[in-house]
Design a protein around this ligand. Structure first.
Ligand code: ASP
Length: 330
């Protein structure tokens, strides 16, 4: 019997000092708190497995328009939505992933459906959505997924000719006069993820993202790639966030597992190493990870990472740099 743990993130991003919470941040914190309360409690009672916990946690964050996943996903260069998601079960290595979704209300539900089916592991675009439709998953108009905030960030991205992702975390995009830091080049934020350990000592990981504002149509990020943005096995579970290309090139999530298995490094050291390896490739970001003993870390090399922990019945949420830098016992 293990003591369950649930970690969630709502994306990492930003360069330079943290300016404190924006007026939209309380909504993000409330969403994370509800998830940690409800899903954490169910995990503790043994009512749900780690796999169920990460599915539910990510699905609720996909429903929160303030995160960059599901409704509220950022817009690509043409102003369209295209969403990526993946999920992995530690005990048997079962996985499901999907990319380029435009009408699926909950991309993580489609990834989970593929995991449950066993084959194929990853599907893209219309073919993937046809499978979701046949499975009875909720489908929506693409326009419904586009929020005013994301439309404003997209317009600002177009006007400033920024690099992809540069306006993703601009909470003031709708009211330019209030925007004091629109000139700051920022990394994307708002991708969501969860990792969990259940009472049976089993782990799972899940990640879902709309990618980066202004990405070229057809671009696929790390969030839907098993081994890059998501990984779970019998030792660890990991969900990553940051500029996906660097996480893909370093196979970051699987790299985490290998370093943890094959070296004497602590969980915290492995987390730092993985982030140090993605950084030179332009991939500043963060990750959440835990092991089968319930030790956990939530490191990030960006200005902020929306993050939350449920452990031993205690809930912690945070956004900017934290002096305590939540760590488990590692
Ligand atoms: N990793 C995501 C991507 O590159 C973005 C993010 O985590 O914010 O698509």
């Amino acid at each position: 019997m293990s003591v369950p743990v649930l970690l969630i993130h709502g994306g990492a991003g930003g360069d330079g000092p943290w300016g404190g919470p924006t007026k939209l941040d309380p909504g993000r914190i409330d969403c994370m708190t509800i998830i940690l309360q409800e899903v954490g409690r169910a995990l503790e009672r043994g009512e749900i497995s780690a796999l169920q916990a990460v599915t539910i946690a990510v699905q609720i964050m996909e429903d929160e328009p303030l995160f960059n996943a599901g409704r509220g996903s950022v817009l690509d260069a043409q102003g369209d939505i295209s969403m990526d998601a993946s999920i992995m079960n530690g005990p048997d290595g079962a996985a499901g992933a999907c990319a380029g979704l435009k009408n699926t209300k909950h991309p993580i539900a489609l990834a989970r459906h593929l995991l449950d089916n066993g084959w194929p592991v990853i599907m893209i675009g219309e073919g993937a959505e046809e499978v979701g439709r046949k499975a009875g998953l909720d489908m929506v108009e693409s326009d419904w997924l586009k929020t005013d905030l994301r439309r404003a960030q997209w317009s600002k991205w177009q006007a400033t000719k920024g690099r992809p992702g540069s306006t993703d975390e601009d909470d003031n995009a709708q009211s330019p006069l209030l925007d004091h830091d629109s000139e700051i080049e920022r990394a994307p934020a708002g991708t969501v993820g969860a990792v969990a350990l259940d009472v049976d000592g089993e782990m799972a990981a899940a990640t879902s993202s709309g990618g980066m504002t202004g990405k070229p149509p057809g671009r696929i990020g790390d969030s839907c790639l098993i081994g890059a943005g998501t990984w779970a096995d019998g030792r660890v579970a990991i969900s990553c966030t940051g500029i996906g290309e660097a996480y893909i090139r370093t196979a970051a999530a699987r790299r985490f597992s290998d370093l943890y298995e094959l070296t004497d490094m602590t969980l915290a050291d492995v987390g730092d190493r993985v982030l140090e390896e993605v950084a030179p490739l332009g991939g500043r970001g963060g990750l959440i990870a835990l092991n089968s003993h319930g030790e956990f870390i939530l490191p990030f090399h960006t200005t902020l990472m929306y993050r939350g922990v449920w452990a031993n019945g205690r809930i912690t949420t945070d956004i900017g740099p934290d002096s305590t830098r939540e760590k488990g016992k590692s």
